[in-house]
Design a protein around this ligand. Structure first.
Ligand SMILES: Nc1nc2c(c(=O)[nH]1)N[C@H]1C(S)=C(S)[C@@H](COP(=O)(O)OP(=O)(O)OC[C@H]3O[C@@H](n4cnc5c(=O)[nH]c(N)nc54)[C@H](O)[C@@H]3O)O[C@H]1N2
Ligand SMILES: Nc1nc2c(c(=O)[nH]1)N[C@H]1C(S)=C(S)[C@@H](COP(=O)(O)OP(=O)(O)OC[C@H]3O[C@@H](n4cnc5c(=O)[nH]c(N)nc54)[C@H](O)[C@@H]3O)O[C@H]1N2
Ligand code: SF4
Ligand SMILES: [Mo]
Length: 890
């Protein structure tokens, strides 16, 4: 049996694997359909999710098609064989190293590589090329947590487990939209709270988010003021006698200094800096002080900051001072973003880390790694961190760059400059699964990687749990797994012996053995128990939490000290609330926050394939407070131009009080593939945290003005199309493609315009054009079916999107489609809330009102909404809350 996990498996075709999206690390069961697709369900036997999946995991089957996949190596856009492509990469890297030294080349990798891929990339760069110029998108993601952990604990270790969230009496979420970004962990927390209503949840975020729906206390603090907030908490801990003197005396250094720093702020000052009332602060502090079992969960609102590391240590200080760490239901918890963000930290994928948590600055550690690898050389010290690495491309220091499994032309701050730097770099290789991304567009060589479901390896989730990803489909075309591509290049560069792995299992064994050596040097990352894993045992590996060694098996860290500084003590760090790194000015009056939406993943190369995931949000948007919108002359649903000194973006205005005054929020997902000008990264200033080098992606200064257009349009077609208008955003829906459009001058001939848009020259057109009102509705009918429909108006187009989609897909008549909304017998379902069952807000609101539904279980029974993946439950709760006052008034 190929699978050693408990639980019956009668159908041999079912493959146990892990979700490739977020760091929750859910187990999934994939059943290939024999036609290149698969049915995907949650794995009831996996200890991260126990069968649950969120909307993204549930839609994985919709992302497996080969449309847009990169199937062959390309050199300068020309198809080449692997041999030629690998030869060229090796030659260009060799040449740069020979002429300009090892630091003239670089790898930019990703927390979405598997551990085995990541290990060999790191080994090639640090041990054989002999430079530490390998950094990863984890620099944009986890670097501040890594740095904070290392300062406090002496090692990058997450002390707790997911159960702690369920066992806590108080869960504090800081800078984390858990409901949308770690949905299954959020579901576990929600279920625990439902079972035990005494479990209190506090949400600390400048925005009101879906996560807020679960919170008993919401603190919408001023962005960037977390250090002040947690220093205030440390003061309260001291004032209320909550310091655990025994724990601190035996395990912690630095308390007096940390307190000294915190005490400089009075409660009034904390209130002023955070923008919270003293009463709100007192409620939060009293909850924290009273509850021994407290877990503080934090994510990008903490890490992605010019003071990210200090924010992390301000939080860790409070847990160390109270000894609330490593015990059931108590501890700080940095949740990881990507599926293998943690694995990347283990293999030393960051430019300032060595493999297996060894220290890159430590001569003895470097010598040990070199000896273990039998390598000709070893990097001399830390290499370039992501933002600096792309600056080094811009100024000519980097001559050859290899980008793997990440899309920096979108995701780096100052993304326009980064895109230009990549284009300017003399030789750039990109390994990706998709042919057309914003980054492959500026590469010299593009290498086709095997994607999720096609390759095998391991990933480590937020709670240090290692799970297997298993292949259940053959790689398409000539795609190869990333580890193999790296080894092929290493072999061509002359290091065949050191990269002669036959399988990912062999790589993991080596990594595990090195971790045993590292443990011998006092490091905490120890998976030496996997060093002797046979190929069969690797195949059968069940999810397992590290440490995995003769001495230790999983569990928590630090309840009884045992920190990794040489003296075994933890460090509390004296931190102070600093000034804003990028203050707003009269010319740039608004603070730009960026982040995620529920149903898209990063640069959308996979999630935009899924119709169901594109239903939730199909267009880039800018969330702004009504007063800011009014001041800027922005109408709800109008188009807004957002500008910073680094770039510009055009997006739909969502006018809402969810966002604080003076702040705007833009999602990070849209790329040049999906919108005319929707790349949030283009606006973001590349200011970094001085300790971690992580860029501040949450606090740039921008201005917003109306994006002046003469007309707006909405188009739906049966086949893909890309508009050329000044504004456009497209999306793939079930059996149809849609686009929002806008432009300055209305075309003279709408019919010709529509034909051009949809690329249809034949067929007939049906049109309703009202020149006086400036409106037009055009349908192009081909072979008796509507091939495309266009609606245009002087303002944002008011048609029922879901109706038009269903009508085009369902083969409705031109007249039915051009009506723009359903006939009297059917209602417009409104914006889609439940992506699994395609249920809109109007339908739900009406059912709540008409059927008197009062909770999400009622909605589920009445409409099925929220009963599959559960990702929309927070939104359902918000809809109930919207209607409830009306119900109560009756
Ligand atoms: N749906 C979805 N899920 C994902 C991803 C995805 O792309 N899509 N990506 C994954 C990855 S790689 C990551 S790293 C995680 C990220 O997960 P999260 O960190 O939860 O997501 P973000 O939306 O980036 O940011 C979280 C929140 O930080 C808040 N914030 C901004 N500034 C501040 C501040 O100064 N203080 C505080 N306290 N809060 C602030 C923002 O308003 C935002 O709501 O999500 C993972 N999960
Ligand atoms: N403004 C702003 N910017 C941000 C953030 C933010 O909050 N705001 N968040 C930052 C964070 S936390 C993160 S993690 C990054 C994420 O940003 P990126 O890493 O740039 O985003 P992805 O879209 O996940 O890119 C992954 C790429 O790898 C490809 N790929 C998928 N599977 C494979 C595979 O198996 N092998 C290979 N070789 N390629 C594959 C995909 O097609 C895609 O092109 O963005 C960062 N940038
Ligand atoms: S929570 Fe969703 S995205 Fe994250 S691992 Fe689980 S199913 Fe995948
Ligand atoms: Mo991330």
């Amino acid at each position: 049996m190929a699978d050693g996990q408990t639980g019956a498996r009668s159908d041999q075709a079912v493959v146990r694997t892990a979700c490739p999206y977020c760091g929750v690390g859910c187990g999934v069961l994939a059943t290939p359909d024999g036609k290149g697709g698969a049915r995907v369900t949650g794995d009831p036997g996996h200890p991260s999710n126990f069968g649950r999946l969120c909307s993204k995991g549930a839609a994985l089957g919709e992302t497996l098609d080969l449309e847009g996949r990169l199937l062959h190596p390309l050199i300068g856009g020309r198809r080449s064989g692997w041999d030629e492509a690998i030869g060229l990469v090796a030659e260009k890297f060799d040449e740069a190293i020979r002429l300009h030294g090892p630091d003239s080349v670089a790898i930019y990798a990703s927390g979405q590589l598997l551990t085995e891929d990541y290990y060999v990339a790191n080994k090639l760069m640090k041990g054989f090329i002999g430079s530490a110029n390998i950094d990863t998108n984890s620099r944009l993601c986890m670097a501040s947590s890594v740095a904070g952990h290392r300062r406090a604990f002496g090692a990058d270790i997450v002390p707790g487990t997911y159960e702690d969230l369920e066992e806590a009496d108080l869960v504090v979420l800081v800078g984390s939209n858990l409901a949308w970004c770690h949905p299954v962990l959020f579901q576990r927390l929600s279920a625990a709270k439902e079972a035990r209503p005494g479990l209190t949840v506090v949400n600390i975020d400048p925005r009101h988010t879906a996560t807020s729906e679960l919170a008993d206390l919401e603190l919408c603090l001023r962005p960037g003021s977390d250090v002040a907030l947690f220093n205030g908490l440390l003061n309260a801990i001291e004032a209320d006698g909550a310091i655990d003197a025994d724990y601190v005396a035996t395990h912690v250094a630095g308390l007096p200094e940390a307190l000294g720093s915190a005490r400089r702020m009075t409660p009034a000052e904390v209130a002023r800096l955070t923008g919270l009332t003293e009463d709100e602060l007192a409620r939060f502090y009293s909850l924290w002080v009273r509850n021994e079992r407290v877990v503080t969960v934090y994510s990008q609102g903490v890490n992605q900051s010019s003071a990210g590391t200090d924010k992390v240590n301000a939080i860790l200080n409070c847990h160390l001072a109270t000894g609330r760490i490593g015990r059931p239901g108590a501890g700080p918890f940095s949740v990881t973003g990507q599926p293998n963000a943690m694995g990347g930290r283990e293999v030393g994928g960051l430019a300032n880390m060595l493999a297996c948590h060894l220290e890159i600055e430590d001569d003895a550690h470097r010598a040990v790694v070199q000896a273990f690898w039998h390598s000709p050389r070893i990097c001399a010290g830390p290499g370039l961190k992501a933002v600096d690495l792309f600056r080094a491309c811009a100024d000519g220091r980097i001559k050859a760059l290899w980008i793997m499994s990440t899309n920096p032309a979108v995701s780096l701050p100052e993304a326009d400059s980064v895109r230009a730097a990549i284009a300017a770099c003399p030789f750039v290789v990109v390994s990706d699964i998709m042919a057309e991304t914003d980054t492959t567009a500026v590469a010299d060589v593009v290498l086709p990687a095997a994607g999720w479901g096609e390759k095998s390896g391991t990933v480590t989730n937020s709670e240090r749990r290692i799970s297997r990803q298993r292949a259940f489909l053959a790689p398409p075309g000539e795609a190869r797994p990333d580890w193999k591509i790296v080894c092929d290049v290493a072999r061509r560069m002359g290091w065949g012996d050191a990269f002669a792995y036959e399988s990912p299992a062999a790589i993991l064994r080596e990594h595990a053995a090195l971790s045993g050596v590292a443990a011998g040097l006092g490091r905490g990352f120890d998976i030496s128990g996997l060093a002797g894993l046979t190929d069969d045992a690797y195949e059968a590996l069940t999810p397992v939490q590290w440490p995995i060694s003769a001495a230790a098996a999983g569990g928590r860290f630090f309840a009884t000290g045992g920190f990794y500084h040489p003296d075994g003590l933890a460090r509390m760090i004296a931190v102070e609330q600093g000034p804003e790194a990028t203050p707003c000015t009269a010319a740039l009056p608004l603070r730009l926050n960026t982040g995620r939406v529920r149903d898209h993943w990063h640069t959308m190369t996979r999630t935009a394939k899924s119709p169901r995931l594109s239903r939730h949000m199909a267009e880039p948007f800018v969330e702004m407070h009504p007063e800011d919108a009014a001041a800027a002359g922005i109408a709800p649903a109008g188009l807004a131009l957002v500008e910073s000194p680094h770039g510009r973006l055009v997006a739909r205005a969502v006018v809402t009080k969810r966002t604080r005054r003076g702040n705007v929020f833009v999602p990070m997902h849209w790329t040049a593939q999906w919108a005319s000008r929707g790349r949030a990264g283009a606006l973001v200033r590349a200011v970094t945290d001085p300790v971690s080098g992580q860029p501040d992606l949450k606090a740039s200064a921008v201005r917003v003005s109306p994006f002046a257009v003469g007309w707006h349009g909405f188009a739906m077609a049966a086949r893909p199309f890309t508009p050329a208008t000044a504004y456009w955003a497209r999306a793939r829906l079930d059996g149809a493609w849609q686009a929002e459009l806008a432009d300055a001058e209305a075309p003279e001939d709408w019919t010709a315009f529509a034909r051009d848009l949809f690329g249809v020259s034949g067929g007939e057109t049906v049109s309703v054009v009202d020149h006086a009102r400036g409106t037009a509705r055009i349908a192009i009918v081909e072979h008796g079916r509507v091939a495309g429909a266009l609606f245009a108006a002087p303002g944002p187009v008011e048609v029922a999107r879901a109706h038009v989609r269903d009508a085009v897909r369902g083969g409705a008549t031109a007249a039915e489609i051009l009506a723009g909304r359903p006939g009297a017998a059917r209602k417009d379902p409104g914006a889609i809330v439940c992506a699994c069952f395609d249920i809109g807000a109007n339908t739900i609101l009406e059912a709540i009102e008409m059927q008197g539904l009062v909770d999400v279980a009622h909605i589920g029974r009445a409409l099925r909404a929220g009963t599959n993946c559960g990702s929309c439950l927070p939104e359902l709760r918000a809809l109930i809350a919207r209607v409830r006052p009306a119900l109560a008034a009756e």
